[in-house]
Design a protein around this ligand. Structure first.
Ligand code: GDP
Ligand code: MG
Length: 297
């Protein structure tokens, strides 16, 4: 019997949702950073084996939205959870549950499918402390299964995969076996660039960054020209992203290029521009234009 279905990964920012989805898919479909709210879109990661196809939805973290961007992100999260075959509430056992964990738990409770409580970052606690740290999370709701994992160290992920398969319905293979995401390459490339901007900047700069790929052109059989614009919210942020003599921007390009070349399948000539789009996160049209919010089906 072939199984297939959708698995929504829900949790507050920074618990390791993107790390978990990347680990289960075996490819980097979602960017990861130590800064909260790294993931802005609903990202599909696809894992295909002979017996099953699991489609993971990596959601933006559940948080109190302050900007239009935040609200668009939360709407996307709320829409996909009730429809998922399995909803995973992912929590970070290295800190106690808080308001955002309770909100995420409430969202998971609305799921029609199975609910799994997964405690992540177990690698950071001594064995005899892990269960005690997990206990208050178990009180957050009713679940069909409980599991402690380390998404980073790939611990217990086979057990998690088994638990998911148990609750997956019989179904066809929706995507090609070698597809691992439904995102267009342009969008993945834009995310790889944004990841480097997050690495290179601090404090208020990263949250106001959007990246759009403007051009993707095969110049020769072995070379693709890619032009992208990094939007920031202030002139002062632009100065930070560009750096002295363009040094920071160069580092961003150099960091993003290997991943983009893997994506393009050949060498890439990457050109980056930085532009100011004042307070774009409060501008619903801009949020849409940059591709954030609810993706069109
Ligand atoms: P998200 O916001 O929930 O998608 O979280 P990310 O996947 O972006 O991860 C946030 C941070 O937690 C990153 O610095 C990850 O490297 C780290 N992280 C994720 N999973 C683990 C884990 O199992 N153990 C440890 N120690 N760190 C982790
Ligand atoms: Mg994420």
């Amino acid at each position: 019997m072939h199984k297939s279905g959708f698995v929504a990964v829900v949790g507050k920012p920074n618990v390791g949702k993107s790390t978990l989805v990347n680990a289960l898919v075996g490819e980097k479909v979602a960017i990861v950073s130590a800064k909260p709210q790294t993931t802005r879109n609903r990202i599909l990661g696809i894992s295909t084996t002979p017996e099953a196809q699991i489609v993971f939805i990596d959601l933006p973290g559940v948080h109190q939205p302050r900007h239009h961007l935040g609200r668009a992100m939360m709407d996307a999260a709320k829409q996909s959870v009730p429809e998922a075959d399995v909803a995973i509430l992912l929590v970070d056992v290295t800190s106690p549950p808080g308001t955002e964990d309770r909100e995420a738990a409430a969202l998971v409770a609305r799921g029609k499918g199975a609910r799994l409580l997964v405690g992540n970052k177990a690698d950071r606690l001594a064995k005899d402390h892990v269960d005690a740290a997990f206990a208050p999370y178990r009180a957050l709701g009713e679940f069909d299964g409980y599991l402690l994992v380390s998404a980073l160290r790939h611990k217990n992920l086979d057990l998690l995969r088994q638990a998911i398969l148990e609750h997956l319905p019989e179904g066809p293979q929706y995507f090609e076996a070698d597809d691992y995401t439904d995102r267009p390459s342009q969008e993945v490339a834009a995310e790889l660039i944004r990841e480097q901007v997050l690495l290179a900047t601090r404090e208020e700069v990263p949250h106001g960054v959007a990246v759009v790929v403007d051009e993707w052109k095969q110049r020769r059989a072995d070379l693709t020209d890619i032009t992208a614009t990094i939007f920031v919210e202030r002139e002062s942020h632009k100065a930070i992203v560009v750096g002295k003599g363009g040094e920071v921007l160069k580092r961003i390009g150099a960091g993003a290029r290997p991943g983009i070349e893997a994506l393009a399948g050949n060498q890439v000539f990457l050109q980056l521009w930085v532009k100011v789009a004042k307070d774009w996160r409060d501008d619903s049209a801009a949020v849409k234009r940059f591709g954030y919010g609810i993706p069109k089906e």
